[in-house]
Design a protein around this ligand. Structure first.
Ligand SMILES: [Zn+2]
Length: 184
């Protein structure tokens, strides 16, 4: 048979068909819209207009100077980041309970320690955010968007003010409870 004449039913698959077969027939090989929006698979640069987080090369980070450069740059998309989305959708993964008589007199110091810990955590992971802080007498309750941030706040309190910190982290649950207590 001469070359170049396709055999019926045995035509060479196109590149797209090959790719499709590799990833599975039910899945489109292009980025699904939902994942695209989170920035995880976004190949370009996106910025969050709410918290100024930036996603470049599919990774979120915080850099205020870079945000200023990017905010009006052509080709940069504005998309609400996963951290802000979690807060909006009230998706929490951590709860911190802080309890000590010390918190009454040193409330401002305690609150700034909580905010400072969030700022530090954001540099490593912009999705790690504080969703709410409630002060009730000698207790402070904090909700966080990641388990890791809740644990970190507990540890920072133990480091700065002593007392004891414990973690209640039930297996198979995407939620952690952190307790910090100082009796005096
Ligand atoms: Zn954001």
């Amino acid at each position: 048979m001469p070359e170049g004449i396709p055999i019926p039913g045995k035509t060479k698959p196109t590149e797209r068909e090959v790719k499709r077969a590799q990833v599975g027939k039910s899945q489109d090989w292009r980025f699904p819209e939902k994942r695209f929006e989170t920035g995880k698979d976004h190949p370009g640069i996106i910025i969050c207009p709410r918290c100024h987080a930036i996603s470049e090369k599919k990774r979120w980070f915080v850099d205020e100077k870079r945000y200023e450069e990017l905010k009006n740059a052509p080709g940069v998309e504005q998309v609400v980041c996963p951290g802000c989305r979690r807060i909006e959708a009230q998706v929490y993964e951590g709860e911190v309970s802080l309890k000590s008589p010390l918190l009454i007199d040193r409330k401002d110091e305690a609150l700034s320690l909580i905010h400072h810990t969030e700022q530090e955590a954001r540099l490593e992971n912009p999705i790690a955010r504080i969703a709410s802080i409630d002060v009730e007498g000698d207790e402070i309750h904090v909700l966080t968007t990641t388990k890791w941030l809740a644990q970190r706040i507990g540890k920072e309190f133990a480091k700065a003010l002593g007392g004891t910190v414990s973690f209640d982290n039930p297996p198979n649950e995407k939620f952690t409870r952190v307790h910090w207590v100082r009796e005096d």
